[in-house]
Design a protein around this ligand. Sequence first.
Ligand code: SF4
Length: 317
Amino acid sequence: MSDPILKVSNLKKYFRVTNGLLKAVDDVSFSMQRGETFGLVGESGCGKSTLGRTIMGLYGANGGQVLFNGKNVHQLKGKNLKHFNREMQMVFQDPYASLNPRMTVGNIISEGIDIHRLYSGVKRRERISELLQTVGLFEEHASRFPHEFSGGQRQRIGIARALAIEPQFIVADEPVSALDVSVQAQVINLFKRLQKEKGLTYLFISHDLAMVKYISDRIGVMYLGALVEVSKASELYRKPLHPYTIALLSAIPIPDPEVERKRERIILEGDVPSPINTPPGCRFFARCPKAMEVCHLNNPTLLQVGEDHYVACHLYK
Ligand code: SF4
């Protein structure tokens, strides 16, 4: 296997709050290969967006490191930092809020082109037009403003903006969750097509396990700041191991009335505990239907249990 494009090791991101320390990302490790899509899933507040932003260097780390193409993201400066900012781009969740309403679509898309001085004059106009066509829009859209577009079209503009400076890696943070279901599939298919055409690598963050399955090669399940299971996507759906993953998957409707009738839904009791001053032991202890005495005392670490399958649970020691 070639060197990973991204290697996250024991990454920690904590926030000091009035009543203690909020451990948004707590000792997370995983790596990604070039051209891969890694789906990061979990309930809202589990730390997945903070993890994405820390990987991008938007937040500093409290421990551990992020290597991108072998370089520590949090130590980059000057030219190297500018180069990194070009190589890793983000597509945001809310296509309504992430586009400046006072700028034309052409100027929104070309912001990165101007910052990095990639094209000017006719070449710049041609590049904007090419980007609009790449994401399924038209040249004449460049002179319009964001409010003139639907949610799906605005997300296409957001994708064109991210592509403008030819990144290698895109962090897509809930990129379709604000869109109508009918539009979600179109945008996901656009992501897939662009990956094929441009060899992009995606960190795809979502709360929707069913949707992530469709686009991901591997999936990491996050709970309360930590990865609790990492596996190839097909294996995770066929043979989930962590009780939290099993519960999440049991909530996905199956498009076969026979099977759907027999589906046993696992309802998790209780709320997600606070990530502030987390107690020792397994983070999932308070809600786990399989909890044992040891779970209360020791926090399980992520261990390999199969080919490319890792789980943090005392049931699999
Ligand atoms: Fe449940 Fe224990 Fe496994 Fe945690 S370690 S998920 S409490 S069985």
